[in-house]
Write a protein that binds this ligand. Structure first.
Ligand code: GLU
Length: 292
C-alpha cells in the first residue's frame, strides 16, 4: 500500500465497536492500518466506537485491548472513547441545524417499513420523508412529547455542497454520490450521534490522514464526504481493503461464527505466525483472502 499524496504526517486508526470479540477480519484490518502508519513513520490510533450504549459492553473493550496486545499491535496515546465525545457530536449537529439541514424524525422502524413502496438505497430502505413534511406546529408539539432522531435533509445538503470527490487507494478519485441514501439519521433516538456523524467528526478531530477500513464501508464514505463538506472538515485519503473470506468466498462475520482472536488464542495458536499469515494475505487452514 502506498501513499500517493505528499505532505503531512500519516495518522491511521482502528475503530472497533465493542459489541463482540474481535475476529480475524478485525485483526487483518487493524494490521493493515497499523502497518500503513508504521511504514511511513506515522501514528496509529485506537478509537473505541461505543456510542451504541445498548450493544456496547465494557468486557468487549477489555477484550479489544487484550487481543491487540496479544497480536503485538501497539497504538499511540490513550484510546479515544466515543462515549466521551458526545458534546462534539452535539456541536456538529447544532451546526447542521443552524444551517437548516436537519429535521427531527419521530418514525419507528415499523412506520418506515409500512410506508408505501419505500425505494432501497445502499443501506436498505430509503426514508420516505414523512417527518420532513410535518406541519411546523405539529412538529414543535411532538418534539416536546416524543423521542426523536435527527435526519439530514439530503436534497438540501447535496445542493449546498455541489460536486465533491474523495480519493480511494483502490478506486482512485471517487465522485461522492450520497443522494441515493436519502435522509440518513445523524442522531438516534437513543444516542446523540449516528455512526456516520461520529466517525466523520472524530476522524477530523484526531487528524486521521488515512482512513483504513474494510470494503464493506466503502459506500458509507459517500455520506462521510458529504458531512465533511457541510461541516468544513478535511477529507482524509481512504483505503478500503479487501475483506477476509472463507474457503467458499463468504466474508468473515461475527454472526457466521468467524473465529475470534480469543478462541484462537485459547486453542493454542501463536500470535507471530498468525500475524505473519495475515500480513502475507494467507489465512489459517481453510480460509483465504478474497476481494469482495
Ligand atoms: N466502528 C466500525 C465497525 O466496527 C468501523 C468504523 C470505521 O472504520 O469507519 O465496524
Amino acid at each position: 500500500m502506498t501513499i500517493s499524496q505528499a505532505g503531512g504526517a500519516i495518522v491511521t486508526r482502528f475503530a472497533p465497536s465493542p459489541t463482540g470479540r474481535l475476529h480475524l477480519g478485525h485483526a487483518f484490518s487493524a494490521l493493515v492500518s497499523h502497518d500503513l502508519a508504521r511504514t511511513h513513520g506515522g501514528n496509529f490510533l485506537l478509537r473505541i466506537e461505543d456510542i451504541d450504549a445498548g450493544r456496547s459492553r465494557e468486557a468487549f473493550v477489555d477484550g479489544i485491548i487484550e487481543d491487540l496486545r496479544w497480536l503485538g499491535i501497539g497504538w499511540d496515546g490513550e484510546p479515544v472513547r466515543q462515549s466521551s465525545r458526545l458534546d462534539a457530536y452535539r456541536g456538529a449537529l447544532g451546526a447542521l441545524g443552524a444551517a437548516g439541514l436537519i429535521y427531527p424524525c419521530f418514525c419507528t422502524r415499523a412506520d418506515i417499513a409500512a410506508a408505501a413502496a419505500a425505494p432501497h438505497g445502499p443501506e436498505g430502505a430509503v426514508y420516505p420523508g414523512t417527518c420532513r413534511r410535518l406541519d411546523p406546529a405539529d412538529r414543535a408539539q411532538r418534539m416536546q412529547d416524543e423521542p426523536h432522531a435527527w435526519r439530514l435533509a439530503m436534497d438540501a445538503a447535496v445542493a449546498r455542497v455541489g460536486a465533491i470527490t474523495w480519493h480511494d487507494a483502490a478506486a482512485g478519485v471517487v465522485r461522492a454520490a450520497p443522494a441515493r441514501f436519502g435522509d440518513v439519521v445523524l442522531a438516534r433516538k437513543d444516542a446523540p450521534a449516528s455512526y456516520h456523524l461520529a466517525v466523520t467528526v472524530d476522524d477530523a478531530w484526531q487528524r486521521v490522514s488515512d482512513v483504513v477500513r474494510g470494503a464493506d464501508l466503502f459506500e458509507a464514505t459517500h455520506i462521510h464526504r458529504l458531512l465533511q463538506a457541510l461541516l468544513g472538515l478535511p477529507t482524509p485519503r481512504y483505503h478500503h481493503h479487501a475483506l477476509l473470506a472463507d474457503a467458499e468466498g463468504r466474508r468473515l462475520a461475527k454472526r457466521d461464527g468467524a473465529p475470534t482472536i480469543a478462541a484462537l488464542r485459547e486453542a493454542g495458536v501463536e500470535p507471530q505466525p498468525l500475524v505473519a499469515d495475515l500480513r502475507a494475505g494467507r489465512m489459517p487452514v481453510g480460509l483465504s483472502v478474497a476481494r469482495v
